[in-house]
Design a protein around this ligand. Structure first.
Ligand code: BG6
Ligand code: MG
Length: 224
């Protein structure tokens, strides 16, 4: 069996926080008179906090001063953190712990590759910090997904070549980033939205150890 690098996105893959980002952005958008739909929210998944607010302002045709912009960013995070502070291990998405345990048992290196600046406190809250050999988050990158930077740093920290890495993602931007990095991209969520992924699963309960075994042994490979 070969040594691969398994890179997991956080929000919407490991934990059910995508809904909290949505609620916080919706509240903020509505507070400045901008409509915010679930379809628009899809376009913010995997996207940094700054870029997300820029997009919302664009959609609503709003311009703000720099000071107003930072105030709104702080407000969004404050709101988001009020949800995060109540989190515990029950918000780990189904079968995630089982998948992580299997990979650890198979001695496969595991990294986190997230755009979030709140990644570490969230992993601490749900008691998963120790499952990761490397953590790359929004504090470590200068270029946001779909740029592959976050995953390339992850591969480097795991000491695994990019083409031997596998990325689990729930965002279009993240799948594109994995593909640019020449990593196997696995979409977790809606197949229609994540159709650029090499493989798709609705969630981790649909993915069994046979699939992971195939990835580790190299019988399951990148499609494109
Ligand atoms: C990504 C989320 O993981 O992190 C985005 O999908 C979010 O919705 C981004 O905007 C940044 O997160 P944070 O916690 O730094 O605001
Ligand atoms: Mg995500």
């Amino acid at each position: 069996m070969g040594k691969k690098g398994f890179i997991f996105d956080l929000d919407g893959v490991i934990v059910d926080t995508a809904k909290y980002h949505f609620l916080a952005w919706k509240k903020l958008a509505n507070s400045i008179g901008v409509d915010f739909t679930e379809t628009q929210n899809e376009q913010l998944k995997g996207v940094s906090r700054v870029r997300s607010l820029e997009k919302i302002l664009d959609w609503g045709n709003k311009t703000l001063t720099e000071e107003e912009f930072s105030q709104l960013m702080a407000k969004k995070n404050e709101d988001y953190l009020s949800y995060i502070n109540k989190m515990d291990a029950s918000e780990i998405l189904p079968n995630v712990s089982k998948v992580l345990d299997y990979l650890i048992e198979q001695q496969q290196p595991i990294a986190l590759g997230s755009a979030s600046k709140n990644a570490k406190p969230i992993l601490e809250k749900v008691d998963l910090l120790s499952a990761f050999d490397a953590i790359v988050d929004g504090n470590d990158v200068s270029k946001a997904k779909p740029d592959p930077e976050v995953f390339l740093i992850g591969a480097k920290l795991l000491n695994v070549k990019p083409e031997d890495c596998i990325v689990f993602e729930d965002s279009v931007a993240g799948i594109q980033a994995a593909n640019v990095a020449n990593m196997i991209s696995i979409g977790i969520g809606d197949h229609d939205i994540l159709h650029e992924a090499d493989y798709n699963f609705k969630n981790f309960t649909e993915m069994d150890n046979t699939f992971l075994k195939g990835i580790i042994s190299g019988t399951i490979q990148k499609k494109q």
